[in-house]
Design a protein around this ligand. Sequence first.
Ligand SMILES: [Zn+2]
Length: 357
Amino acid sequence: MLRESEPPSEEPSRASRPAPRRSSVFADVDLGRDGKQVGFFYVPQSPHDDAWGTVRVPLAVIKNGTGPTILFEGGNHGDEYEGPIALGELIRSIDPATIQGRIIAIPAINLPAVTAAQRTSPIDGLNFNRTFPGDPAGTLTRQLAAYVHDRLFPEADYFVDLHSGGSSLMIMPSTIIEPGRDPAHHQRNIEATLAFGAPMAVVVDNLGEARTATASAVEAGLTVVGTEMAGAGAVSAEALAICRRGIRNILAHAGLTDPATLVRPEREPRLLAVPGSEAYVLATEDGVFVPADALGASVKAGSVAGHIHFLADPGREPVALHHRIDGMLFARRQPGRVRPGNCCLVVAVPYDRGAVP
Ligand SMILES: [Zn+2]
């Protein structure tokens, strides 16, 4: 789909576009039909106990007339619950007559991981969010990513990927800004992310990782919003409320509903960034990590971030870990047990929205 902000020359001509990748996936909803359809798409698989079977993934389409399309994704990681819950509520409650445009919702995209309550798929061991643009001839997780990339991204103007911290992280409830591919695109992402209305909006590029759903959606030209809603493999009532409001706010921001219905948070969201590898405090030893500060605390470069204790070696002094930048403690590891290389803490810094992505 050609987007207004892109010069036509950036789009390959039809003749030079590669042929669509062949896929065996099929769906029982019509992406072009008005009304509310709550159905599924089906990925043919042939495991031992189901020779001609499928994996059935929920897919809802709510459409009324013409207008922008928002693609909402939950369950990218199977142990992050606020997004899938809030999308289920949206699907059940929304009257198509109250919108102008289209909502496509995939609330449990990585269904095997969601069913197993795991970050990664129990089928092929892959992290869905490191498989984009996927492969329709690959393992199941790659096939799911290819369906989102090849079939759903071209239908959409906005992509909203609803994450939480998962079992291993606790993150301050926030929206995530995926850096845009040019300054205008970047500002579109910032505007949409701020409109969601979480207490903070944080630029996170996952150290330049290009295989995430949001990075792939940016590459496809979509306006992109990510979230991180608490975590620890639990559901936070506070984060769920932010997520519910944010979903409705994005509908208003994109013009599917009356922009006057957009509910601003009490305080203007803080704009932050996770600036790079120096923002991460990584474990250096096998042991149990005790953080020095609570989430939201101000920290200084060189200050003690916490200590790793050695429970089976009580004569050994704990080893201190140190911060490498000034900032705010944005995320922390949830389990106490650590191995070298584990992410213990993440620091965010103030972000200038005029900065080049
Ligand atoms: Zn996630």
